[in-house]
Design a protein around this ligand. Structure first.
Ligand code: PLP
Length: 406
């Protein structure tokens, strides 16, 4: 049984106060808190098991290598990838998408070639493509959401033309919480011979994933949102795409041989992992993923769906609150503005005084903000340890905001 009160005890920070009030941590969309298991694993790795990985011939290097490399298998299980060789370990989604942009897309795209994007992408899934637009004349084709924040997969499919070389879409909007039907997009794009990159930075936190079923060519995850350490992450790359991709960064670990005149590469995925990796962060990520899998991704999703339904009803009762993103298939992520002049930053400051941590701003989603006609929203993003009582605290604090700013 999913016992949220027991789970909360696994996260030491949740017992602290902020500004004299119990912490209500609703900024999980930006980064999630860490359970004891992860904190202990990081401490253990640094205190008793630390050395650089690969090529070492001594005990500690072999131990660290074993622990670090085991994480590749854990990530493959978490994503249900066909092989752990399809997992490139990195610092997160931003690095993963840049790797694809530099290593896969740049060498095969020419002026006039197109990349199809949705309007609700995070800057991590926009800026690397703008590089290609600026440097190589690649055209970015944008697909809008409807008024509820829903992305019609057919509109994405219709945007794929003879010059489209890639579709790059989020699986779950970090601003609106909208879940995108990426499987339908992948199937149709593949029929037209176009690979698909999915930004799974948010989705991986909230739903079970199956790379073999989804069929995406590239799928990124973010360790620090998955209750793991910052500076950890990975990208799933389908075998065929791995074979096509050039290394993005050069250095130690990713080579087979280097001489004055020539260089040859290690086999994938090592070919794409240059330099000393985030050894301990990745070990912590492995523990975080094991923690989530032990809770059960279906159970986490069910718990968060109940929180979402509760919050939707509560927030709908505040008729001066404008909720952005009301599509039916949505995670427990709520972006809102208040009627009147209050800026999102002012609202978040008042909420903070009540111990409620939310994020305010454009959420690294400039095109979406333009589409919504807003400059900023407040965002409450919930995670596996949040409760309905905490939603009540948020609602009370919002009522206070309304009184102060109305
Ligand atoms: N994509 C989405 C949808 C995000 O929400 C974020 C983080 O906020 C990112 C990408 C960036 O991820 P990372 O921190 O792993 O670079």
């Amino acid at each position: 049984m999913y016992d949220v009160e027991t789970i909360r005890k696994d996260f030491p920070i949740l017992s602290r106060e902020v500004n004299g009030a119990p912490l209500v941590y609703f900024d999980n969309g930006a980064s999630a808190q860490k359970p004891h298991a992860v904190i202990n694993a990081v401490t253990q790795a640094y205190s008793m098991e630390y050395a650089n990985v690969h090529r070492g011939l001594h005990f500690l290097s072999n131990l660290a290598t074993e622990k670090y490399e085991a994480v590749r298998g854990t990530i493959a299980r978490f994503l249900n990838a066909a092989s752990e060789d399809e997992i490139v370990m990195n610092t997160g989604t931003t690095e993963g998408i840049n790797m694809v942009s530099y290593g896969w897309a740049a060498p095969r795209m020419q002026a006039g070639d197109e990349i199809v994007l949705s309007v609700m992408e995070h800057h991590a899934n926009i800026v690397p493509w703008h590089f290609l637009r600026e440097r190589q004349g690649v055209v970015l084709k944008w697909v809008d959401t409807d008024a509820t924040g829903w992305l019609d997969p057919q509109k994405v499919i219709d945007a794929i033309g003879p010059k489209t070389k890639l579709v790059a879409v989020t699986h779950l909007s970090n601003v609106l919480g909208t879940v995108v039907d990426v499987k339908t997009i992948v199937e149709a794009a593949h029929e037209k011979g176009v690979p698909v990159l999915v930004d799974g930075s948010q989705a991986a936190v909230h739903m079970p994933l199956d790379m073999q079923d989804l069929g995406a060519d590239f799928y990124t995850i973010t360790g620090h949102k998955l209750y793991g350490p910052s500076g950890s992450g990975a990208i799933y790359v389908k075998k065929e795409r791995l074979a096509e991709m050039r290394p993005f960064m050069g250095g130690g670990d990713m080579i087979r041989e280097v001489s004055k005149d020539a260089v040859s590469w290690a086999d994938p995925p090592m070919k794409f992992e240059a330099g000393t990796p985030g050894i301990v962060s990745m070990i912590g990520l492995g523990v975080a993923l094991d923690y989530m899998m032990a809770l059960g991704m279906e159970n986490i999703a069910a718990h968060e769906a109940a929180l979402r339904d509760y919050a939707v009803v509560k927030l709908a009762g505040l008729n001066w609150l404008n909720l952005q993103g009301t599509a039916p298939d949505k995670a427990a992520i709520f972006s809102f503005t208040l009627e009147g002049a209050a800026h999102a930053h002012d609202i978040s400051t008042v909420l903070d005084k009540k111990g409620v941590a939310v994020r305010a701003g454009h959420h690294c989603a400039g095109p979406l903000m333009d589409h919504l006609g807003l400059t900023a929203t407040c965002r409450a993003s919930l995670g596996l340890y949040n409760t309905t009582q905490e939603i009540d605290v948020l609602v009370d604090a919002l009522e206070l905001c309304h009184e102060l700013f109305a």
